[in-house]
Design a protein around this ligand. Structure first.
Ligand code: AMP
Ligand code: GLY
Length: 426
């Protein structure tokens, strides 16, 4: 099987790393990829939103499966583009069509979907400029803090959590006046839920589904979850909830009604579903849906997945996912993200990375790297390296990951020292 992965981050490097272990893999391409993926397959210089060029490349290289890493091409219809072309339609796309990707592409849609299917989620109201008064009265009826979400994709920045009601009202006005462009023409205002969050991933062919390892990510730039939101500064898998009751509830109250709901609404969904869930007094609620895997969660999920990922993809291609097995390593995986100084604001690129060849016990997934004219690996993004390791428990896995971080350096490198500390045995 010849496979093309779309994307260039740590998630895509981790998927490439896992696929490369499959005996069924004939050839692997990554578009555009990074310095890490270039060691596992061939990087191809294609823009992720140029569907025509991607399609052409697939035909020329007899690609059988396209794995779409990020949400943007899915929300913009890469799957629909392939499905609507006679020459491309036999190529299997891992990722939903537009009608399914809208679970992530529109918070207004996903909240209404959850309501239709009795899936537990925070109470909400959806407002536009026309009914802003309904938004104000919803806030007045609730205690702080107030959760405001831009309806559309806003590069992970579209959620505001505000303590003061007056500030929340002004923020709502700003959002409706284009703070996040068209993405905030509609704003979802939600009740605040207090609890521990986790990411639950599912792979589905639209009928059958398999649950992948759970994970927790650390979104804030600063230790102790302070400062600005980032794409994710680290992750740990699994997230322990004490026993299996909580995961059973997630399965019965969230995953099954979601898969059935999609089917009932005629939405033909294949690929991954990422459930951002929160544990409120032992009951799960959906915080968000994503139509793809998380980053950096994928880095720890792939380290624990023992089954052949390409076989699972083949299960989607042939509609036989129900017959495939998902085996998971019982140990813990941790990843620590090394980022460029200044991230998530302005940062420089092109800093030489040292120490990459010194790591034996860790797996370093490249998140934002490239190779310069002299052949050296240099920084090429905000998030640079996801330094990852497996251990018998959280303490061991995290310790090993940090031993890797200690051996790596580039000018201005920043990382959090407290990844996983909330999950450790004291
Ligand atoms: P989202 O983009 O929807 O995942 O929201 C970003 C982050 O905001 C989540 O990971 C949560 O930490 C937080 N958040 C979102 N919705 C709520 C809510 N209803 N209650 C509490 N926290 C929330
Ligand atoms: N780590 C969160 C995300 O991928 O959206």
């Amino acid at each position: 099987m010849k496979v093309l992965i779309i994307g260039s981050g740590g998630r895509e490097h981790a998927i490439a790393w896992k696929l490369e272990q499959s005996s069924q893999l004939e050839k692997l391409f990554i578009a555009p990829g990074n310095a890490g993926t270039s060691q596992l397959g061939t990087n191809v210089d294609l823009a992720i939103d140029n569907f025509e060029a991607i399609g052409q490349f697939c035909l020329e290289n007899k690609i059988g499966i396209v794995v779409v890493g990020p949400e943007q091409p899915l929300v913009n219809g890469i799957h629909d583009y392939f499905a609507g072309d006679d020459k491309l339609k036999s190529i299997c796309i891992i990722g939903p069509k537009k009608e399914g990707a809208i679970l992530e592409g529109s918070k207004d849609f996903s909240k209404a979907f959850m309501k239709r299917h009795n899936i537990p989620t925070a109470k909400y109201v959806s407002v536009t400029k026309e009914n802003i008064a309904a938004g104000f009265s919803f806030m007045e009826s609730k205690k702080p803090p107030y959760v405001l979400k831009a309806d559309g994709l806003a590069a992970g920045k579209g959620v505001l959590i505000i303590d003061n009601i007056e500030e929340a009202k002004s923020a709502l006005e700003e959002m409706l006046s284009g703070k996040f462009g068209d993405a905030s023409n509609t704003v979802v205002i939600e009740e605040f839920l207090d609890g521990v969050e986790a990411s639950v991933f599912v792979i589905t062919d639209g009928t059958a589904y398999k649950i992948l390892p759970t994970a927790k990510d650390y979104k804030k730039i600063g230790e102790g979850d302070t400062g600005l939101n980032t794409g994710g500064m680290g992750a740990v898998s699994p997230v322990s909830f004490g026993n299996n009751d909580f995961l059973d509830k997630v399965d019965n109250q969230i995953i099954i009604p979601t898969i059935k709901g999609l089917k009932k609404e005629g939405i033909d969904y294949s690929g991954f579903i990422f459930f951002g869930v929160i544990n409120v007094k032992k009951d799960p609620y959906v915080i968000e849906y994503n139509c793809r895997l998380g980053d950096p969660e994928t880095e720890v999920v792939m380290l624990r997945l023992k089954s052949d990922l390409l076989e699972l993809f083949d299960g989607i291609a042939s509609g036989t996912l129900s017959e495939r097995d998902v085996k998971i390593d019982p140990r813990t995986a941790a990843t620590v993200m090394m980022v460029s100084g200044g991230y998530p604001d302005k940062y420089e690129k092109g800093k030489e990375i040292n120490g990459l060849s010194d790591l034996a016990e860790q797996v370093v997934f490249h998140a934002g790297t490239t190779t310069n004219a002299e052949g050296n690996v240099v920084t090429n993004g905000g998030r640079v390296l996801a330094v990852s390791a497996v251990g018998k428990d959280v303490n061991t896995a995290v310790k090993k990951a940090y031993e890797g971080v200690d051996k790596l350096n580039f000018e201005g490198a920043v990382y959090r020292r407290d990844i996983g500390s909330d999950l450790m045995k004291k």
